[in-house]
Design a protein around this ligand. Structure first.
Ligand SMILES: CC(C)(COP(=O)(O)OP(=O)(O)OC[C@H]1O[C@@H](n2cnc3c(N)ncnc32)[C@H](O)[C@@H]1OP(=O)(O)O)[C@@H](O)C(=O)NCCC(=O)NCCS
Length: 144
């Protein structure tokens, strides 16, 4: 399949591949047969859980303590994920609020039989809130 490689801020890899240059690689994982849905593709809920984990990496640096996912603002499954794909999760900070931090996460798959060629399978926007010991929102600490 072909992927639009004209997106600003992204770099081309091998033929057909596009990886973001302006985002951070925060997770790599390979789905297993136990993660499949009834079609034999990977269950969307499993992908969402991985995105939630991957998305929390950058906010954790800002929250410096407990935080919780408050909102999935957008979630797009562009292509199916399959058993054995190597998934790469790239993330970037999109907003810091008073108590919340929002990131964009993009997921790229290297198919089991096509290592080194990347397909964007998912993108999402997720918001996390810094919380105190009682579970209430607390201000994001100022950056040093
Ligand atoms: C996260 C939680 C503590 C926030 O408490 P709250 O009383 O709703 O907090 P507030 O209304 O003061 O909002 C806190 C921040 O979240 C943001 N927020 C709240 N709802 C939001 C939404 N739907 N989308 C985006 N941001 C949202 C607010 O804008 C605010 O950000 P800011 O301070 O940077 O402006 C509370 O909602 C909670 O405990 N939710 C459950 C969390 C959880 O269990 N997550 C896992 C789900 S499986």
């Amino acid at each position: 399949m072909s992927i639009d490689s004209s997106i600003p801020g992204e770099r081309e890899g091998p033929p057909g591949a596009v990886l973001p240059r302006d985002k951070e690689l925060v997770l790599k994982v390979i789905p297993m047969p136990a993660d499949c849905n009834a079609n034999g593709d990977i269950f969307g809920g499993w992908v969402m859980a991985q995105v939630d984990l991957a998305g929390s990496v950058i906010p954790a640096r800002y929250a410096k303590g407990r935080m919780a996912t408050v909102a999935v603002n957008q979630f797009i499954f562009k292509q199916p994920v399959r058993v054995g794909d190597i998934l790469s999760f790239y993330s970037e900070l999109t907003r810091i609020g008073h108590t919340s931090i929002t990131v964009k996460v993009e997921v790229y798959a290297e198919r089991f039989s096509s290592q080194g060629q990347y397909i964007k399978v998912t993108e999402a926007s997720v918001t996390y809130v810094a919380i105190d010991d009682a579970g209430h929102p607390r201000p994001v600490p100022p950056r040093e």
